[in-house]
Design a protein around this ligand. Structure first.
Ligand SMILES: NC(=O)c1ccc[n+]([C@@H]2O[C@H](COP(=O)([O-])OP(=O)(O)OC[C@H]3O[C@@H](n4cnc5c(N)ncnc54)[C@H](OP(=O)(O)O)[C@@H]3O)[C@@H](O)[C@H]2O)c1
Length: 393
């Protein structure tokens, strides 16, 4: 079957599984050679195809607030299998230079890769081997509002591009300055969007989009854009679900990237909650996590993935960096080129095609789908959905 048809079948199966309350995760019942009953595991495609054909991995690594740990954390993330890294020019929160150093250490411009190297089997960033081609990693950076309209903006994007060996997705970090963050009034975001369109048209970046945009601002952008935004990156966690923007993105074929899904934003809003981070203490999430024998964090990330978002879990803990990826990705041939994937025509890209993989007898299976280890049922999804807005922002 052609991959396009398989990918569609995968998406359809997954949707059916969601609608059927996750029954697909236990309904298989096929027997493997040893007579053991195989569990059928629902999958999401591992990549989403942006509206300009560029492919973005559904699981990204967030790097805000990692400070001096950034370089090591990114190196560990690349070794663990993340192929999507999120950073920004804003030095208040990010270390774009450190992300670049980790990428440089891990990547290579070597083109004559052996089949084993091509599959990434001999790559480990920590060991210093340099066998991961840069085009196999998707990197996002963002322009701070204080630089909107700046004559030097082109030069700044060039600097980011040099730091990161190319920018895959360039975002306006926010439509307006955060209080106290801009020494002088910058140009309006509309002017900055025109600058982004210009940079994109010149081939300086592979895709453009926005972050921290409300529904009304996104509608305004859609009304004026000559290059449609490829992605929106906004805050999405169980208590702040950003439904209006997600619906608008779905309607217009814009990829939605969720940030702070593990509750990172609540640390900045201590007065609005009795808990510093309700995502890690909520009784509903605890009940769902216990029922599935997993962590609250995996439940929150599964919920975002099953809601259609791309996720960016961030951790400074090396085991959690690995664990957050392993909870979702069961990848064989993980290093196949993102640019190859971008040539495909279907909306979502999943190599395996089958949305449900037999769990037993997996040796040698080719599986580039995101395996949602903890597949939330319709009831679970509804229970999480009901948490929206239950804590004041
Ligand atoms: N566009 C924007 O304006 C914007 C704003 C915010 C964030 N972002 C992006 O989104 C990314 C993620 O958001 P975020 O940084 O706010 O944080 P987050 O992913 O919501 O949460 C990170 C917190 O969760 C903890 N954690 C991670 N994995 C865990 C696990 N398996 N078990 C228990 N705790 C776990 C981390 O602690 P440990 O470090 O101790 O593991 C950290 O305290 C950012 O890094 C950034 O790339 C973008």
């Amino acid at each position: 079957m052609p991959s396009k048809v398989l990918a569609r079948a995968a998406a359809t199966f997954w949707l059916m599984a969601v609608l059927l309350g996750g029954q697909a995760s236990s309904a298989a019942g096929a027997l493997d050679a040893g007579g053991e009953e195989c569990r059928t595991v629902p999958q999401l495609p591992s990549h989403v195809q942006l509206n300009n054909g560029v492919s973005i991995p559904r699981i990204g690594f967030g790097t805000a607030g990692l400070g001096q740990a950034t370089e090591e954390a990114v190196a560990v993330a690349l070794t663990a299998g993340y192929r999507h890294i999120d950073t920004a020019q804003a030095q208040e929160w990010y270390r774009e230079g450190a992300v670049g150093r980790a990428l440089k250490q891990a990547t290579s411009t070597k083109t004559d890769l052996s089949p084993r190297e091509e599959k990434g089997e001999s790559f480990t960033a920590m060991s210093g081997a340099t066998l991961l081609p840069r085009e196999h990693v998707f990197v996002t950076t963002k322009i701070h509002p204080r630089d909107f309209g700046a004559e030097r903006l082109g030069a700044m994007v060039e600097a980011s591009s040099s730091n990161l060996q190319g920018v895959d997705l360039l975002l306006l970090h926010a439509p307006f300055c955060w209080p106290g963050s801009c020494p002088v009034n910058p140009a309006p975001w509309q002017d900055a969007w025109r600058q982004l369109e210009d940079l994109y048209s010149k081939g300086a970046v592979r895709a453009i989009g926005v972050s921290n945009f409300s529904e009304s601002l996104l509608r305004e952008l859609l009304g004026m854009a000559t290059v449609a935004p490829a992605a929106v990156q906004n805050w999405m966690d169980p208590f702040h679900q950003d439904r209006a923007v997600r619906a608008l993105c779905a309607e217009h074929g814009i990829a939605y990237i969720a940030y702070s899904t593990l509750g990172g934003q609540w640390a900045h809003r201590p007065s609005s909650s009795s808990s510093p981070n309700p995502v890690s203490t909520d009784p509903t999430l605890i009940t769902i996590a216990s029922a599935h024998g997993t962590s609250i964090q995996t439940v929150a990330l599964s919920w975002a993935l099953q809601s259609g978002a791309i996720i960016l879990p961030r951790s400074s803990n090396l085991d959690r960096i690995k664990g957050n990826h392993q909870a979702f990705m069961k990848v064989d041939g993980a290093f196949s080129s993102l640019r190859d994937r971008g040539d495909r025509q279907s909306g979502d890209v999943g190599d395996g095609g089958d949305s449900a993989k037999q769990r037993c007898g997996t040796a040698g299976e080719s599986n580039n789908g995101v395996v949602v280890e903890v597949f939330l049922t319709v009831d679970d999804m509804r229970a999480v959905d009901r948490l929206d807005g239950s804590i004041g922002n």
